[in-house]
Design a protein around this ligand. Structure first.
Ligand code: GLN
Length: 495
């Protein structure tokens, strides 16, 4: 075992007992990054100097005062859509390639207050629009399990960094699957919390009624630890919920006796890869052997989820991205003969093709004459999708489904076919539309050795049951312990 392979929980114990220092671990991770980043490209920028200063500070606190903050001295990777004061936050876009936020996102403030260290900012699809991390202005990220495959997206950098042991834990953001889908493609754990559980202040907005920040980790225990730190009401985000905060680590129980699992028939249909379906069904059978029961349920409006999402998310994006005009933030064209022309050329040069596609689609569905037919109708269908969930959660405690219809696809395979790309989110989007929490955990491998993920969805604000189910599954399997074999793995910082 190398230092960079540790989980948050393992490292927490070793730091407290004095077995290792935060500086040693942080250095070991940067060495690891140096060695394999040329193959993976998980990061857009690294913050070595800041991280080592934070690590030194953490070591002093541990030594002097025996501090036991949950993340004291733990190095994390942050998706480049979340603002860290004084650190470039690009959102994977040319238009923000020089943007340095003058403030911390609320989640960053909370991580800081709990002692975390920031290693750098991870790669992502431009403005979180994509499912493969191929639309980043800063180049593609490769899947550590198969370098010719995508890591998923849009939080592909965070997922790849975890799988390649280039960080101990990470944050991602999920608007339509961007935490869960890359987590499943890279064989790690990723959770989208209930909408409103985590503050969005300082998260660069894509589609504000859907966006949520969430943990991406090497196991379920670490997800619970990060959830404890990042959750909670924030006066700076009026959509954050003022509700009781459980201690999510108390849900880490190896026990699913009496748990009722719903299996929505609309998620096991033609087009779902056979190996994916088998792994997920095998996972459900394991939980049954451990005391859960399962029955088939129906979410009849699932078929409309993709079209509903692409209308609503694009409409919100077209409005949110109106602020990038070359005046207030980031990139400005050199070609500015008058102000209108300057706006136009800045956006023309600053945004990539996928972002432009979304802005045009969003502007179209909001325009007069089309608003009622598209945007308003989509809002109504969103309510129907939410009602489907309300109904099934009366008769079951969790829903278990595949995360994505196929194992990771090849780089370049879908980039020229937006519809195919959008279809890879078919199973993750409904949870965003319904505002409910969902997790992806590793549940198998394809015959080519690529990871397969199982998605567990739960009731509004019931992350605990999801965590308990996921933890029980993890305790009785070893998928989460496997590591990509093709990566060079010299002995660095050996324990
Ligand atoms: N892949 C989806 C999209 O392109 C979801 C992205 C996300 O969750 N940020 O919109």
């Amino acid at each position: 075992m190398n230092l960079y392979q540790l989980t948050i929980y393992q490292l927490q114990k070793m730091l407290r007992s004095g077995e290792v220092t935060s500086v040693e671990v942080t250095k070991a991770i940067y060495k690891r990054i140096n060695e394999i980043e040329k193959d993976i490209h998980a990061y857009i920028s690294l913050t070595n100097e800041m991280a080592l200063e934070q690590a030194e500070e953490a070591d002093k606190r541990i030594k002097k005062r025996g501090d036991t903050l949950p993340l004291l001295g733990i190095p994390l990777a942050i998706k480049d859509v979340i603002c860290i004061k004084g650190v470039k936050t690009t959102c994977g876009s040319k238009i923000l390639s020089n943007f340095i936020p003058p403030y911390d996102a609320t989640v960053i403030k909370r991580l800081r207050a709990n002692g975390a260290i920031f290693l750098g900012k991870t790669n992502m699809d431009e403005f979180a629009m994509g499912s493969s991390t191929e639309t980043s202005y800063f180049g593609i990220t490769q899947n550590p399990w198969g370098l010719e495959h995508v890591p998923g997206g849009s939080s592909g950098g965070s997922a790849a960094a975890l799988a390649a042991d280039e960080c101990i834990g990470a944050l991602g953001s999920d608007t339509g699957g961007s935490i869960r889908q890359p987590a499943s493609y890279c064989g790690v754990v990723g959770m989208k919390p209930t909408y409103g559980r985590v503050s969005r202040f300082g998260l660069v907005a894509f589609a504000s009624s859907l966006d949520q920040i969430g943990p991406m980790t090497k196991d379920v225990t670490d997800t619970a630890i990060l959830m404890n730190v990042i959750s909670g009401k924030d006066p700076l985000d009026s959509t954050s919920l003022d509700v009781n905060l459980p201690d999510f680590t108390t849900a880490l129980r190896n026990d699913v006796k009496g748990l009722r699992i719903g299996i929505p028939m609309e998620y096991f249909v033609e087009g779902v890869d056979h190996e994916v379906e088998c792994s997920v069904r095998e996972g459900i059978r394991l939980l049954e052997r451990l005391g859960a029961s399962s029955h088939e349920v129906s979410l009849p409006h699932t078929d409309y989820a993709i079209s509903t999402y692409y209308i609503l998310a694009s409409a919100e994006a077209s409005s949110n991205l109106a602020r990038y005009d070359g005046v207030k933030y980031g990139y400005r064209t050199d070609d500015s003969k008058d102000i209108m022309y300057m706006y136009k050329m800045t956006r023309e040069e600053g945004f990539g093709a996928e972002v432009k596609r979304r802005i045009m689609l969003g502007t179209y569905v909001l325009s007069s004459g089309y608003y009622d037919a598209y945007y308003l109708k989509a809002q109504k269908v969103r309510t129907l999708i939410k009602k489907d969930f309300d109904k099934v959660f009366k008769e079951c405690d969790v829903l278990i489904v595949p995360n994505a219809p196929t194992p990771p696809f090849k780089i370049g395979e879908k980039i020229d076919n937006p519809l195919q790309m959008y279809l890879s989110d078919i199973f993750t989007i409904p949870a965003n539309l319904g505002g409910i929490p969902a997790i992806s955990i590793p549940c198998g491998f394809s015959k080519d050795g690529l990871p397969v993920g199982m998605q567990i969805m739960g009731r509004h604000l019931d992350e605990e049951t999801i965590i308990r189910t996921a933890y029980t599954f993890e305790q009785n399997t070893d998928y989460h312990l496997q590591k990509p074999k093709n990566l060079s793995c010299k002995d660095l910082g050996e324990i």
